[in-house]
Design a protein around this ligand. Structure first.
Ligand SMILES: CC(C)(COP(=O)(O)OP(=O)(O)OC[C@H]1O[C@@H](n2cnc3c(N)ncnc32)[C@H](O)[C@@H]1OP(=O)(O)O)[C@@H](O)C(=O)NCCC(=O)NCCS
Length: 227
């Protein structure tokens, strides 16, 4: 989601892995632990990417990864300090407990360092329609981390949360964001004119959607074809 639901005013309160070129060709086999995600997010394991519950200790690496200009330019401004990320993480845990939102840390094989996030929020009670968003440290762009993490996240949305329609908004100027969504099989449904205020300018956004029936059919065909 271009516009992260988190706002600082809502609050009351490393070792960096090397981008692995080998991630490019990885195939995702997700191991989704069924659980009440509102109590504790499951750990979603792919071949080389793992999505897990955020922890307060992720604040420093997320600050380093997500507050650079190239990552933040087309998304809502991330927190500007490590303490701000700590408050953001605490907020994500409260929203998860409330059952309206979930945010995963992205980690890569062999490391527990958070290099990005995937988040989802309900757009209507019951999560029938939801919006997802993501941001990954730029050192990991083009490595396959996004695609593997996104596959885990979309599986979680449809199979665990029970989402029917998954929306995403991407500023038209955000080439990588739009390319990433297209790659995931999202359908571009429309243009949301002047819908996102960033740096004093109202930006147009593309609306992208994935339906559960399309995703699950594609997954069924894919899994059938590789036996
Ligand atoms: C969005 C993000 C997570 C995607 O991760 P990524 O590793 O860059 O994504 P990928 O490289 O796997 O996919 C991006 C695709 O867009 C393509 N692309 C890059 N620039 C593009 C452009 N200007 N126009 C169109 N497509 C473009 C890439 O070629 C790639 O497709 P390919 O793998 O088929 O070649 C990452 O770029 C990011 O964190 N961006 C900053 C945060 C952000 O904008 N988040 C919101 C997105 S809505």
């Amino acid at each position: 989601m271009e516009q992260m639901p988190y706002r600082p005013e809502m609050d009351t309160v490393m070792t960096q892995p090397t981008p692995a070129a080998a991630l490019r060709s990885s195939t995702t086999t997700s191991e989704v632990v069924q659980s009440d995600w509102r109590q504790q997010l499951p750990t979603l394991r792919g071949e080389r990417v793992t999505l897990r519950q955020l922890r307060t200790s992720d604040a420093a690496s997320l600050f380093a990864m997500l507050s650079t200009e190239e990552v933040a330019r087309f998304i809502s401004p991330p927190p500007t300090t490590v303490e701000g990320f700590e408050r953001f993480i605490a907020w994500t845990l409260r929203q998860r407990s409330g059952g309206t939102y979930a945010c995963f840390a992205v980690t890569v094989q062999g490391y527990d360092t958070a290099i990005g996030i995937f988040q989802i929020r309900e757009l209507e009670p019951g999560f029938g329609t939801a919006e997802w968003g993501f941001a990954i440290g730029s050192g990991f762009w083009g490595t396959g981390v996004f695609q593997e993490g996104a596959t885990l996240m979309v599986n979680f949305a449809f199979e665990t949360v029970g989402v029917h329609r998954l929306e995403a908004r991407a500023a038209v100027k955000n080439g990588r964001g739009n390319g990433a969504l297209r790659k995931m099989g999202a359908v571009q449904e429309g243009l949301l004119r002047r819908s996102f205020l960033r740096n004093g300018e109202y930006l147009d956004q593309n609306l992208w959607t994935i339906l559960d029936e399309d995703w699950l059919l594609a997954k069924y065909i894919w899994e059938g074809s590789i036996q």
